[in-house]
Design a protein around this ligand. Structure first.
Ligand code: ADP
Ligand code: MG
Length: 527
């Protein structure tokens, strides 16, 4: 590997020491300020224009940051941060950024007072581990088999999103999809949403027409118009090899002088295709799906054998079909065995939706993978619904792994803030200040929730603080009208994992940015 070249000439930007930290903190705060208004149920949407001229309408913190173009390294690292959060737990991306920005803002005065960053970082780490304990102590277990409790929980997560008009529907979709792909064998538990849930967005229709299929939907038609488009209980064979004449290895050049030779070559091709089709037909499949091509000749033989073929299916789709139908993807037709044939699918059909053909492989027994068919007015709206649905699914997934809930609406953050503030008093030396700063920073979540619905932040926050000081840690903000409410009654609860992960990510990134004491640009500035 080549080492990066660092130009240290007069044109190079170099910021060191406090200057670097100040510039990082300012950048991080700027990013946090952009997405501040996107937190909570009264969140505003952002309309983002991408360089290709498209627009993105969203209030998802991560989706916003992904689109905006920033150049400051600290801002970039904040964006990376929300991506981590998105990948790890799928929700809480806005929270992370706001929290990290606020922690940096609160520790800023101590940087200015020349407190050494290492002292600050140590205090931050200490506060983090205390905060995690506090979160755990205010969390309560939940029964994941209870539909009502689960729906309520998912509703709280997407209540802040564009889809809240259809939240009942979305919760149902998310829960059903997650339950479909859940695999449990003894201690082993797997819920892989990314791989086994596919969201198929088809503009048109009503959002309420959306559904989770008990199988797979593909945007494909059969290869030959005469093939059957409706088969019950099909035998499915999945291939990742082409059904075509195999050409010789690496560019074969053949010189032919006699006409018979040419005919013979064509004949060989034909024989070979016929042979592989015959081998296939021995297994009496009804549907053959391949990731590669199917030649005209092969289509002819398959059609004669009463087989329906689909070609050029994506690898990821093929994997899902394999799970749903119980088939094994086969690489060489010679290796095909009876056990590779999928028999779990109840219905194969091809239907026209809008002006495109879609293939359904549905009514599967225990599909373990599924497609979610989303309908909606326009593409932009469908994209946002898709993002929200993914959030909802990850909430459901997280809770299934760790069935513990923390009070939402800023209640958990307020509890952490109040308890850390108490603890701060027992900390000796200068470390007390940055520790206290973290405690103050946690108030930013309830404060922002109040601000975003137009409430009086100072008054409401002191009311809330008073409640928490009395030990009533389920009190938080009603995000609709900015009043102090008990979450036991108001009913906004969030998975503990998400809360834990958001503060972990926020504090660690704040530490990372504080640890930087030099920004040296490796890019030569333009003259
Ligand atoms: P994120 O991307 O961080 O998940 P959201 O916009 O989803 O951002 O906001 C999540 C925050 O809003 C959480 O702290 C949650 O507790 C809070 N929240 C969600 N719904 C409500 C509500 N109805 N009232 C008050 N707070 C809410
Ligand atoms: Mg959320």
């Amino acid at each position: 590997m080549q080492a990066p070249v660092v130009y240290l000439n007069a044109n190079t930007e170099r910021q060191s020491g406090r200057q670097a930290q100040v510039s990082n903190i300012t950048a991080a705060k700027a990013v946090a300020d952009i997405i501040r208004t996107c937190l909570g149920p009264k969140a505003m949407l952002k309309m983002l224009l991408d360089p290709m001229g498209g627009i993105v309408l969203t209030n998802d913190g991560h989706a916003i940051l992904r689109e905006i173009d920033v150049s400051h390294p600290a801002a970039k690292s904040m964006i990376e941060l929300s991506r981590t959060q998105d990948e790890e737990v799928g929700d809480g991306t806005t929270t992370v950024i706001i929290l990290a920005g606020e922690i940096l803002a609160q520790t800023f005065p101590y940087i200015e007072k020349n407190l050494h960053p290492v002292v600050i970082i140590q205090a931050l780490k200490q506060a983090l581990s205390d905060a995690l304990e506090i979160i755990h102590s205010v969390s309560v277990p939940v029964d994941i088999e209870n539909d009502e409790a689960m729906t309520k929980l998912i509703k709280a997560s997407i209540g802040t999103k564009y889809v809240n008009k259809w939240s009942e529907k979305m919760c149902q979709l998310a829960l059903q999809a997650v339950r479909t792909v859940k695999v449990e064998q003894g201690d082993y538990k797997e819920i892989d949403i990314k791989r086994y849930v596919r969201v198929e967005k088809i503009p048109g229709g009503e959002v309420t027409d959306s559904e989770v299929l008990d199988g797979i939907l593909l945007n494909k038609d059969v290869t030959h118009p005469k093939m059957k488009r409706h088969i019950e209980n099909p035998r499915v064979i999945l291939l990742d090899c082409p059904l075509e004449y195999k050409k010789g290895e690496s560019q074969t050049n053949i010189e032919i002088t006699k006409e018979e030779d040419w005919n013979r070559i064509l004949q060989i091709e034909e024989e070979q295709v016929k042979l592989i089709c015959e081998q296939l037909l021995e297994f009496k499949p009804d549907v053959v799906i391949t990731e590669k091509g199917v030649s005209d000749l092969a289509q002819h033989y398959l059609l004669k054998g009463g087989v329906t073929a689909l070609r050029r299916v994506k690898k990821s789709d093929n994997n899902r079909i394999a799970r749903a139908t119980g088939a094994t993807i086969v690489n060489r037709i010679e290796d095909l065995k009876e056990s590779d044939v999928g028999i779990n699918c109840g219905l194969f059909k091809v239907e026209l939706i809008g002006d495109e053909y879609y293939t359904y492989l549905v009514k599967c027994k225990q599909p373990q993978s599924c497609s979610v068919l989303l309908r909606g007015a326009s593409k932009d709206i469908l994209n946002e619904i898709d993002r929200n649905l993914v959030d909802a699914m990850s909430v459901a997934r997280n809770v299934m792994f760790e069935a513990s809930l923390s009070p939402g609406g800023g209640a958990t953050e307020m509890a952490v803030s109040v308890k850390l503030a108490e603890k701060a008093k027992s900390i000796e030396g200068v470390a007390q200040w940055p520790y206290q700063a973290v405690a103050d920073a946690f108030e930013v979540i309830p404060r922002t929730l109040v601000q975003n619905c137009g409430g009086n932040a100072i008054r409401i926050l002191s009311q809330l603080r008073a409640k928490h000081a009395e030990g009533q840690h389920t009190f938080g903000i009603d995000g609709e009208n900015g009043k102090v409410v008990d979450m036991n009654e108001y009913g906004i609860w969030e998975p503990e994992v998400i809360k834990q992960q958001s503060i972990k990510t926020a504090v660690e990134s704040a530490c990372l940015l504080l640890r930087v004491d030099d920004i040296v640009s490796g890019v030569r500035q333009q003259q």
